[in-house]
Ligand binder design. Structure first.
Ligand SMILES: O=P(O)(O)OP(=O)(O)OP(=O)(O)OC[C@H]1O[C@@H](n2cnc3c(O)ncnc32)[C@H](O)[C@@H]1O
Ligand SMILES: [Mg+2]
Length: 199
């Protein structure tokens, strides 16, 4: 059977990728199920470089097909911060502290200038191929206080003017329909089958 390793321990992400690969007859494993994972240093300067580093180094070490993604939030008034540093913006991987820091940084930024973009770079690697790379983005605004209980990370601050809701006020399906990761997975859907069979 075909097999793919999802380069994450994040269960939410793993679920989305399972829903993509299992109907294509892949056995899906995640990093949580492996014992000896090589240490990966995400030393890239862009989301795509980091996703490539994650996927390709696991493919090289394990001779496996791997999918990795790297995502984050870019805030215009902060010149793209926190960007590739989104997970550890406030020092350690703590969503509450990250959101608090973002609110502080934007305290004096007026409504209308609080625009932001979520980005995902998604990379699939296989031993005998050049990587498949797709990206997805969604635009919104950063609120002045948290709203909603679903999602994770910056979701309670990320407001979609068209919907009148934050990402944390959407169901997982509603969020996937429009999110940066959802967009990237749609592009993967357009390209993956050809990439897989192409010699
Ligand atoms: O590298 P892995 O193990 O997959 O996990 P990660 O936490 O680094 O995951 P990402 O690179 O995808 O995302 C980095 C940070 O960006 C934020 N983020 C990414 N996608 C998000 C989303 O859909 N909603 C809210 N915040 C998100 C969140 O703070 C993440 O910790
Ligand atoms: Mg990351």
């Amino acid at each position: 059977m075909k097999k793919i390793l999802i380069a994450t321990k994040n269960e939410g992400k793993a679920r989305e990728f399972r829903a993509f690969f299992e109907p294509r007859d892949f056995k899906v494993v995640t990093l949580s199920e492996l014992d000896d994972i090589p240490e990966i240093i995400e030393s890239g300067k862009t989301f795509t470089e980091n996703a490539l580093i994650k996927a390709q180094s696991l493919t090289n070490a394990l001779q496996a097909t791997v999918v990795a993604d790297d995502s984050g939030l870019m805030v215009d008034a902060l010149l793209g911060e926190p960007g590739i540093y989104s997970a550890r913006y406030a020092g350690d991987h703590d969503d509450e502290k990250n959101n608090e820091k973002l609110l502080q940084k934007l305290l004096t930024v007026p409504n209308g200038k609080r625009t932001a973009t979520f980005h995902t770079s998604l990379v699939v690697t296989r031993v005998d191929k050049a990587p498949l790379i797709v990206e997805g983005e969604v635009s919104g605004e950063i609120l002045r206080k948290l709203r909603g209980r679903d999602g994770f990370g910056y979701d309670p601050l990320f407001y979609l003017p068209n919907l009148g809701k934050t990402f944390a006020e959407l169901t997982p399906d509603e969020k996937n329909e429009i999110s940066h990761r959802g967009q990237a997975i749609k592009k993967l859907d357009e390209k993956f089958d050809d990439w897989w069979i192409d010699e």
